[in-house]
Design a protein around this ligand. Structure first.
Ligand SMILES: [Fe+2]
Ligand SMILES: [Fe+2]
Length: 270
């Protein structure tokens, strides 16, 4: 299978680069399945029904999220009936929505997608490792799923990397989100699981992690907050990872994707 995972889409610049570039990527890379993290899609905070529908019509099959999943309160009215949007699996019991789902690709292949959140320098949620373990046992790669993708939404590199190794040999791809900057460690672990610590954000990189830079710099230097954070408005870079899997569901190839905007470009060959 050919899978594209797109990192946190941040505000209008992020949405625009995804809608401009995804159709050609789908065609050129012959993508079977597309997952995108949408937690910052609406003005940097959360996601709306309209934006989610736009993503689905672009060919995004599943939307993952993270700590900002419920920043737009309207999501509480539709996440229960929308299996294609995931929120972190390790939120308290009873939280609306789901943290994992088994989806079908256009070719009829089964893709398990799990979204969890780290606990280091973040809210103290349930154990993300136990949450992933439960999903991997319930839906094993090569048996109940043809591909398994884990979005580990976390602050700490160490926690994301530990999750990658924890899943090695049991997932097709473990990819980090939340830090909004792509890391240069795309690799396939010894057991066959593709890994990258952070997919990177889809945002204008003349910014502080996608946000207009004046306010964050002011808060760091003067400890005064004078306005809300808002997404930086220059041309954005689409950031993600492209993975090809073999018949057993293990990764045979991983390539970082960076298209548009200021970052050094990285476009996988088809
Ligand atoms: Fe984010
Ligand atoms: Fe986040």
């Amino acid at each position: 299978m050919r899978i594209l995972f797109i990192g946190d889409i941040i505000g209008r610049p992020g949405r625009e680069v995804v809608s401009a570039e995804l159709p050609a990527l789908r065609r050129d890379l012959k993508l079977d399945f597309v997952i995108a993290n949408g937690e910052n899609a609406a003005g940097g905070f959360g996601i709306t029904r309209t934006i989610a529908n736009d993503f689905f019509s672009l060919g995004i099959d599943v939307i993952t999220t993270g700590n900002h999943w419920a920043d737009q309160k309207e999501i509480l009215s539709f996440i229960k009936d929308e299996d294609r949007i995931l929120r972190p699996r390790n939120y308290p019991h009873g939280t609306p929505g789901k943290g994992a789902g088994l989806f079908e690709s256009r070719e009829g292949l089964r893709v398990l997608v799990v979204n969890v959140m780290g606990r280091t320098f973040m809210d103290p949620l349930d154990d993300p490792f136990a949450a992933v373990e439960a999903e991997l046992i319930a839906c094993p790669l090569g048996e109940a799923a043809d591909a398994v993708v884990i979005d580990m939404h976390a602050e700490a590199t160490s926690e994301k990397m530990a999750m990658g190794h924890f899943c090695d040999g049991r997932a097709s791809l473990v990819v980090g989100t939340h830090s909004h900057v792509p890391t240069a460690d795309a690799q396939i672990f010894p057991g066959g699981t593709a890994y990258q610590t952070d997919a990177g954000g889809c945002c204008d990189y003349d910014s502080v992690i996608g946000m207009e830079k004046f306010e964050p710099v002011q808060r760091f230097t003067k400890k005064i907050s004078s306005s809300r954070f808002s997404p930086a408005n220059g041309p954005a870079t689409l950031c993600g990872v492209f993975v090809e899997t073999n018949a057993k569901g293990f990764a045979s190839r991983i390539e970082p994707v960076r298209i548009g905007g200021r970052l050094k470009q990285s476009v996988p060959e088809s």
